[in-house]
Design a protein around this ligand. Structure first.
Ligand SMILES: [Zn+2]
Length: 255
């Protein structure tokens, strides 16, 4: 499973990373460059500690009909990639759709989706949405730009929906990706998680039979297994959860 935190928020630096570090967990942070740039040194330190810095555009646009593919690439994606490089995450990066919108520019949904994919495919390993059931590893290469995820505390500051979603993934042998936004001393509004509830989720997670790692690590590991390529180095430094089953050595080949 993967823990993901969106928008490059200060509360994630102050209230999430210390709790992850205390449990030896590594996570994915989808940075919006405009939010994150004021604390670039702190994000850089997090990247150097093994957390994944990932792309959530420069300005987090939610109304996308006015963009061409070229505009979106030059204004939102390329500069955000430059920002991630400054934060010492060399990539390849994963992407999260701002506001979960997966179509770009005018025309039909299908045209908008094709336009968005044309921007994403040359740059990103995979892209995450904000809903759907846990991801089936056997279908991952086909759905790499539509990875499902779940926001367990979006409506209620309660850990139980998160527990249920991860348990569903465990029973299905699937990959659960959880999404969080602000993590604050007290929930102030929709999408916020209190520090106490977030901590309860982490403390529960490390007792479950799951491998918890950043999205990039999990995706690359599954990709290597599915394509028979040599597996990427297993980078998790986490000691409290199970490592993934080792790749089938007999299938390893180059090309
Ligand atoms: Zn966002």
């Amino acid at each position: 499973m993967s823990l993901t935190y969106d928008d490059g928020l200060n509360s994630q630096l102050d209230n999430v990373i210390p709790d992850l570090d205390a449990l030896g967990l590594k996570a994915t942070f989808f940075l919006t460059a405009e939010n994150a740039e004021a604390r670039l040194p702190d994000w850089t330190r997090a990247a150097e500690e093994g957390h994944e810095m990932a792309d959530h555009t420069v300005s987090h646009p939610c109304k996308l009909r006015r963009y061409t593919a070229a505009d979106f690439l030059s204004r939102e994606i390329a500069p955000a990639e430059g920002f991630l490089a400054e934060a010492h995450d060399a990539g390849p990066h994963t992407f999260a759709y701002p506001c979960g919108m997966e179509a770009l520019g005018p025309g039909s949904q299908w045209q908008g989706r094709a336009r968005y994919l044309a921007d994403l495919k040359p740059t990103f390993l995979a892209a995450r949405s904000v809903d759907g059931s846990p991801n089936d590893p056997r279908r991952l290469l086909k759905s790499r730009f539509d990875l499902h995820a779940f926001e367990p505390t979006y409506d209620h500051d309660d850990p139980r929906l998160g527990f249920a979603y991860v348990e569903r993934a465990i029973h299905a042998g699937a990959w659960a990706i959880l999404v969080f936004h602000e993590v604050l001393p007290r929930r102030k509004g929709e999408g916020d998680t209190s520090i106490a509830v977030h901590r309860r989720i982490l403390q529960w997670l490390v007792r479950q039979p799951v491998w918890c790692a950043p999205m990039r690590n999990v995706f690359q590991w599954v990709e290597a297994r599915e394509t028979g390529a040599p597996p990427a180095p297993f980078q998790s430094t986490q000691s409290l959860s199970f490592p993934p089953p080792s790749a089938k050595r007999g299938r390893n080949r180059v090309g």
